[in-house]
Ligand binder design. Sequence first.
Ligand SMILES: Nc1nc2c(ncn2[C@@H]2O[C@H](COP(=O)(O)OP(=O)(O)O)[C@@H](O)[C@H]2O)c(=O)[nH]1
Ligand SMILES: [Mg+2]
Ligand SMILES: [Zn+2]
Length: 308
Amino acid sequence: MRKGQRNLKGDSVRAQVISSHGRHHIARDAEGRTYEAHRRGKKADVVVGDWVQLLAAGDNTAAIESVDNRENILFRQDEWRTKSLAANIDQLVIVYGSAPRFNPWFVWKALLAAHTAGIKPIIIRNKTDLTEGAEEAQAFLDELTALGYETHRLSATESTAETIAELDSIFNGQRSLLVGQSGMGKSTILNLLVESAKARTQEYSQALNLGRQTTTTTTLYDLDRADGCVIDSPGFQEFGLAHLELNDILRAMPDILEYIGGCRFVNCRHLKEPACSVKDAVEAGKISQARYDFYVAIVEELDRLQAW
Ligand SMILES: Nc1nc2c(ncn2[C@@H]2O[C@H](COP(=O)(O)OP(=O)(O)O)[C@@H](O)[C@H]2O)c(=O)[nH]1
Ligand SMILES: [Mg+2]
Ligand SMILES: [Zn+2]
């Protein structure tokens, strides 16, 4: 088939999902043609980053017949349910900054999600130009660096050659999912990586018949200056952690994991048990109280969710 020509009705096409809003998707084939794609039946199991087999309808629409096996998948949590967020990712890029105040728990939950999905996390401290809250923000970055994570610091509103080079070193050649609390600078960073991001967002949400509802559309953008892509999910609030087990949490918290060997009970969960080496380490100041509080909160949250 000639380039640019539409597929014929009934053609089978392999494509990648590049934009999703609920059950509405845009998929792109190897030739760069895009399709408005819908999953057949009642299945709602398709996410951005997925590779799918389409059955072309002959116009610009197609049915999603099947989803290829995934390398990995991340989940988000809405008020009631765990839903998929994105698939086939190399790295989770977590952005935070001071003003508005950041919540360390957002970053720690993102780290949990990354560990569990087997995706490399990278943390960016943005807004280094601001003095308000700078000390706290840097202390948090230092803690993350000490835990062994790859960390970066930059100011996305100062688009100097240095900032661009730093961003390129993080994103180039990788498939990244960009997350952070609202107001931390994700869109500003995205615009430095993909100049046409804003226009593309509008184009896709129009195609998905969403009018101005761009805030909950997850979209994959090709990078301007290199291979690789970045996925942005503007309405994203929280990761879905309901499927986690105690061991997943411990594996994702190296500072706590270090102390689990010496508890009296082999099945110690390090909560209210006596003679717990984790709690001893907290009392001795070897594990930070904030990190332990987070651990307890996550275990208790999982107990609640899994008791349903
Ligand atoms: N001072 C400063 N402001 C920034 C920086 N990055 C983003 N902002 C501002 O923070 C606000 C929120 O940024 P935005 O990219 O929309 O955040 P998002 O909600 O994470 O997408 C905007 O007013 C940005 O101009 C930065 O590095 N320094
Ligand atoms: Mg934004
Ligand atoms: Zn213990």
